[in-house]
Design a protein around this ligand. Structure first.
Ligand code: SF4
Ligand code: SF4
Length: 104
């Protein structure tokens, strides 16, 4: 479905539908630019187990169990398809889809 920008140009939203948990380095860039709170950063231990959401006051690294961080699509329905998160991702690990491609 196409929409219009302010000057009447066509704009097709490209919604964030998935993030590859293997490729994502948890850098947080996408999280910072998202205007909709679609994503949540999670901590992962050595065995790949999710330890919980990473918060700013998580200074102890989940009691030392933190191995790495990954970003997850937490609220996909809130995405407006602005594509800002895709532009800043250094790993190209996000999947974006138009409304038409999701319906197909
Ligand atoms: S496309 Fe825009 S609204 Fe959707 S997750 Fe990315 S930054 Fe957030
Ligand atoms: S910008 Fe890319 S690599 Fe960084 S946390 Fe987001 S999805 Fe992961």
């Amino acid at each position: 479905m196409t929409h219009k920008t302010r000057d009447g140009s066509e704009w097709t939203p490209s919604y964030l539908t998935a993030i590859d948990p293997v490729t994502c380095i948890g850098c947080g860039r996408c999280f910072k630019v998202c205007p909709q709170g679609v994503m949540t950063l999670y901590g992962v231990d050595d065995e790949g187990k999710i330890l919980g959401a990473v918060t700013q006051d998580d200074e102890d690294g989940f009691d030392g169990d933190l191995n790495r961080k990954i970003m997850a699509v937490e609220h996909p329905g809130s995405c407006i398809g602005c594509n800002a998160c895709s532009r800043v991702c250094p790993k190209n690990c996000q999947t974006h889809q138009t409304a038409e491609s999701m319906a197909a």
